[in-house]
Design a protein around this ligand. Structure first.
Ligand code: NAD
Length: 485
């Protein structure tokens, strides 16, 4: 929903409203610089209204039988399928990635809606008879109340759908604070959810920045917080929410390594590396970043990655044949470029430079082309910090052991991939990598909706991850009932 002048209002108690907002933020097309709309900058008063609406909706929603709650998600799934193309085009315009990528994102979001529709079986408890003579014990999963969901810009449709459908299907109510950089397509998803029969107040949306997030975290009626974003903010959210005794799952940034052993097929490695590093212009938490060639694997992989990177067409995601779109903002483009500057001055060798790229017809786009370095080491910011742009850092290692040591030094633990024909090497990698999402001959190890999504070390603060059974556990409390009759 956007107003005639392009304003995307908050959604509170089933009404679109901008009441109480203390300003507006613009949303722009990152390829053209064109204004797409704006959103209200909400503060504590708007958040309080949204939490009050969610609290008021909770008792009746909780009592709504779980098959009825699930049916809302069957209907939402059908509506999202029906509107898949329309959503993909909108999303490409506001985020920048190409339409094949936005279609993929929406599909992953739909799969989370499908998962939530399975709630009648997902939230079943356990029973054991005769834990003592004539005494039985069972567990019942109950919803907790209002959850806050705070999400980043890079998957603005899918990531909210990791959380709120599962929370809501389990009987909770939600206040969502989407990314302020590209929240418009998800507004449309909220409209479709209302059309699917979600009652007023069950899902609420408040737009804004840190002030809105802090007000949500501090609100005494919010029972838990699901957050995804940079590690810096994830840590702030984890600490702040934890200090109030709330449940919190805070997914942060990444620095993902891809390791090629000499027995891997170099064509397959290079194709996977190019897809992983440059897909979505590198703005994925599962994107490959450091590419480690072990021994003789290095040269053939290096040549093919350079060829693959050179063949990518950069342009507006909505245009035909475009492989890679712009990054989200001018500020982010400058940040990625400063990592490239720093990589050069730190002694990494720049093989392909994406700085200063121009795309014909789009002088105001936030362009940065595929960039490839070699001789990247774990001491350099380029080898250590999250760049979140289309930059590959190639490195050599004499052995799998040495590659595992590089991984062990990373402060992040989101994803890592190994490419090999050896089951033994793959097992060794899986066993010792200490990373949560592991690809074996797979460049983007993205768990589907029924598996947990999230990292370790500074990539994740919390215990229960997004998606799968973890999400059901996060959004419910197990009550244990011991009875004697
Ligand atoms: P971000 O941390 O800047 O913002 C994320 C959310 O936090 C936004 O809604 C924003 O408004 C809010 N926020 C920003 N500063 C805040 C503050 N000081 N206090 C409270 N809230 C604040 O992240 P981003 O740039 O939107 O997204 C990119 C980051 O997200 C990358 O680091 C990426 O790796 C990460 N990410 C992680 C995963 C994962 O599964 N681990 C998935 C997607 C993205």
């Amino acid at each position: 929903m956007t107003t005639s002048r392009g304003l995307a209002p908050n959604y509170i108690a089933g009404r679109w409203t901008t009441r109480g907002a203390c300003g507006e933020l613009p949303v722009t097309d990152p390829a053209t610089g064109e204004a797409l709309g704006s959103l209200p900058l909400s503060g504590a008063a708007e958040v309080a209204r949204a939490v009050a609406a969610a609290s008021a909706a909770f008792p009746e929603w909780r009592r709504t039988p779980v098959p009825e709650r699930a049916r809302v998600f069957f209907r939402l799934k059908a509506l999202l399928d029906e509107h898949h193309d329309e959503l993909a085009v909108r999303l490409s315009r506001e985020h920048g990635k190409n339409v094949a990528e936005t279609r993929g994102e929406i599909q992953r979001g739909i799969e989370n809606v499908e998962h939530a529709a399975g709630m009648p079986t997902l939230m079943m408890g356990d029973t054991v008879e005769d834990i003592a003579r004539g005494i039985d014990c069972k567990t019942v999963r109950q919803p907790l109340g209002v959850f806050a969901v705070v999400t980043p810009y890079n998957f603005p449709v899918m990531i909210p759908l990791w959380f709120w459908p599962c929370a809501v299907a389990a009987g909770n109510t939600v206040v969502l604070k989407p990314s302020e950089q590209d929240p418009l397509t998800h507004q449309r998803v909220v409209e479709l959810a209302a059309q699917a029969g979600l009652p007023p107040g069950v899902l609420n949306v408040v737009h804004g920045r840190a002030e809105a997030v802090n007000a949500l975290i501090d609100h005494p009626d919010v029972r838990g917080v699901s957050f995804v974003g940079s590690s810096r903010v994830a840590k702030i959210v984890y600490r702040r929410a934890g200090a109030t005794g709330k449940r919190v799952q805070a997914l942060g940034g990444a620095k993902n390594h891809m390791i090629a052993l000499p027995d891997a097929d170099p064509e397959m490695v290079a194709e996977s590396v190019v897809g992983s590093v440059f897909g979505s212009a590198g703005q994925r938490c599962l994107a490959g970043s450091v590419i480690v060639g072990v021994g003789d694997a290095y040269e053939p992989v290096r040549e093919r990655v350079l060829d693959g990177a050179a063949s990518l067409k950069v342009g507006r995601g909505l245009d035909d044949g475009v492989d890679m779109g712009p990054v989200i903002s001018g500020a982010h483009r400058d940040r990625v470029a400063s990592f490239i500057d720093e990589g050069e001055s730190d002694g990494a060798r720049l093989l392909m430079d994406g700085r200063g790229l121009r795309v014909a017809g789009y002088p105001r786009g936030h362009w940065i082309g595929p960039t490839v370095f070699e001789n990247v080491t774990p001491e350099m910011p380029l080898g250590r910090e999250e760049v979140f742009g289309p930059v590959a850092g190639l490195a050599r290692a004499p052995s799998l052991e040495a590659a595992l040591e590089m991984l062990a030094r990373s402060r992040y633990g989101n994803a890592a991939s190994i490419f090999t024909a050896s089951g033994r090497a793959a097992r060794e990698f899986r066993y010792r990598a200490g990373i949560s999402m592991i690809g074996v001959n797979v460049g983007v190890a993205a768990p589907m909706a029924f598996f947990p999504f999230g990292g370790t070390r500074h990539s994740f603060y919390g215990d229960l991850k997004a998606q799968g059974r973890d999400a059901v556990s996060f959004y419910t409390d197990q009550r244990v009932v011991i009875s004697r009759w």
